[in-house]
Design a protein around this ligand. Structure first.
Ligand SMILES: Cc1cc2nc3c(=O)[nH]c(=O)nc-3n(C[C@H](O)[C@H](O)[C@H](O)COP(=O)(O)O)c2cc1C
Length: 239
């Protein structure tokens, strides 16, 4: 995913990452104040002409599919306006649209308005991917059924629970979670994101809901190295 505010920079960024990416997504939804100050993220939603320029220039510059991620608005949700934005994105060559139907002002909380997904889907021919508040497989099915969207994107509920993408809701054993977390650590190494502050938060999320989970999570939160995380996880397996 790339973010920014001017088409030339977007093109440079897209060309830089396309060799390592299956798809490229343009961020037009981030509510972060620093991004908005730069005219990036959700600030772009207020500039229809600029949106068209960014999408068409990036599309022309890359060979991989291009998606765009938007919200339902910045300060307010105006259905007609957001449909217009979605159409501009489609007409300028995006291969799919990802829609998080909260306004930027809401950040990550408050209600997720599925009606916006339904309305936008009716006007677009490209796939529309719904996002926001999906916690289970049945939430995902329900969003798809009720809005007609072509797929869903899951953020928060996948943190510490990659099993959410499986077709069943079977509860995992401690051993299975441990093996998956160790695999996650391998990915963290491969992608050079081995920051212990981040990894111990992930460890706490993975082991939520287990026997002596509260004390394990407290200990994991204090670990100062990956080795220490693993030691705590192994010790708890023997309890
Ligand atoms: C910790 C965190 C980081 C996020 N980072 C990004 C990001 O870099 N780009 C983006 O488009 N959305 C980002 N989001 C927003 C999510 O992609 C998603 O739109 C939002 O959380 C709603 O979906 P969810 O309820 O499934 O989490 C982030 C969300 C969280 C919680």
């Amino acid at each position: 995913q790339i973010f920014g505010s001017n088409p030339e920079t977007f093109v440079k960024a897209a060309q830089l990452v396309q060799g390592q990416s299956d798809i490229i997504d343009i961020n037009m939804g981030c509510p972060d104040k620093n991004e908005i100050k730069q005219g990036a993220g959700s600030a772009l939603l207020k500039r229809p002409k600029r949106i068209g320029e960014i999408v068409s220039s990036v599309k022309k510059a890359i060979d991989v599919p291009l998606t765009v991620k938007i919200r339902s608005g910045v300060e307010v949700c105006n259905l007609e306006y957001i449909i217009k934005i979605a159409k501009i994105i489609e007409e300028n060559g995006a291969d799919a649209l990802i829609l998080h139907p909260r306004i930027a002002k809401q950040g990550g909380s408050g209600s997720v308005d599925w009606n916006v997904i339904k309305a936008v889907k009716e006007y677009l021919s490209i796939p529309v991917i719904g996002n926001g508040g999906i916690k289970t497989l049945s939430d995902a099915k329900s969003m798809m059924k009720n809005t007609g969207c072509d797929g869903v994107m899951i953020g928060t509920a996948a943190m510490g629970n990659p099993f959410i993408f499986e077709k069943t809701n079977e509860k995992k054993t401690y051993e299975e979670i441990k093996e998956t977390f160790y695999q996650y650590l391998e990915y963290a190494k491969h992608y050079e994101i081995e920051n212990i502050f981040y990894l111990r938060m992930q460890a706490q999320l993975f082991f939520k809901g287990f026997h002596s989970a509260a004390s394990l999570r407290k200990d994991l939160g204090c670990a100062s190295s990956i080795e220490e995380l693993k030691k705590l996880i192994e010790l708890n397996a023997e309890v």
